[in-house]
Design a protein around this ligand. Structure first.
Ligand code: PEP
Ligand code: MN
Length: 265
């Protein structure tokens, strides 16, 4: 791979975690912050299973304007306090330049969602926000467009960019998206940036998440973004692709020998 691989550190103090290098970063949590109890129960479960960071959205990009759009700053407060309580850094999406300062006040890393990968004003602004950025691949973005979107953030002065493959829209409708694992070794050979895979949005189907997570690590991913919910049947968004805590624990156990085989710790 690249001679000068970027390692991105997220968080502060004891809960700092590395993305890139020999680390295997596992960022897990619900699609959205719903309640304090939902976050705390889910966070405790993913921490116990070995996750390295906690994820959840407070600003949600919903296809329908009538869908649950997240709790905004109240959600950020819950995410931050739960992350601190369990000892995990926290990652959350920012959708609008106007919200960057607020989100950056609570989050250890800012996620740019697939629907905003082409939002160049937002990319430039998070490039100046002073926090690591997870950049999702756009729903219909070519790899080169995704890398140029990353370049917007880097060119604005932020070296801490993590690419996230989350599936693309194809003619196939059996799965929510088509997870493009070709992209993983491709971007690892072409760039110095770490790359994560999100098999939750990549498949949309809970029982496909573990096999695609294993394949992602086998083909060189620097880590995973996985949706886990304490009670997926009751989730306000993306329940069908959210793992039960016990399934996540099983996945973490299954990952260990695969990670070891590709030199990940
Ligand atoms: C998410 O991570 O919850 C999300 C909305 O992802 P994406 O932007 O990849 O659809
Ligand atoms: Mn989601």
């Amino acid at each position: 791979t690249h001679p000068h691989d970027t390692v991105v550190h997220i968080g502060s103090g004891e809960s700092t975690t590395a993305i890139g290098g020999t680390a295997l970063a596992i960022i897990a949590g619900p699609c959205a912050v719903e309640t304090h109890d939902q976050m705390l129960n889910t966070a405790r479960a993913v921490k116990a299973a070995g996750a390295s960071a906690l994820r959840a959205g407070a600003f949600k990009p919903r296809t329908s304007p009538y869908g649950f759009a997240g709790h905004g700053e109240e959600g950020l407060k819950i995410l931050r306090s739960v992350g601190d309580e369990v000892g995990l850094p926290v990652v959350t999406e920012v959708m609008d330049t106007a919200d960057i300062d607020t989100v950056a006040q609570y989050a250890d890393a800012l996620q740019i969602g697939a629907r905003n990968m082409h939002n160049f004003a937002l990319l430039r602004a998070v490039g100046a926000a002073g926090k690591p950025v997870l950049l999702k691949r756009g729903i219909a973005a070519k790899i080169d467009e995704w890398l140029l979107a990353a370049e917007y953030i880097l060119a604005a002065g932020n070296p801490d960019v993590v690419l996230v493959e989350r599936g693309i829209r194809t003619f196939e409708t059996a799965t929510r998206n088509t997870l493009d694992l070709n992209a993983v070794p491709y971007v690892r050979q072409r760039t110095h940036l770490p790359v994560l895979v999100d098999p939750s949005h990549g498949t949309g189907i809970r029982d496909l998440v573990a096999p695609m997570a294993l394949a992602s690590v086998a083909c060189g991913a620097d880590g995973l973004l996985i949706e886990v919910h304490e009670d997926p049947e009751q989730a306000l968004s993306d329940g069908a692709q959210s793992l039960y805590p016990a399934q996540f624990d099983g996945l973490m156990r299954a990952l260990a020998p695969v990670a070891a085989a590709v030199g990940r710790t």
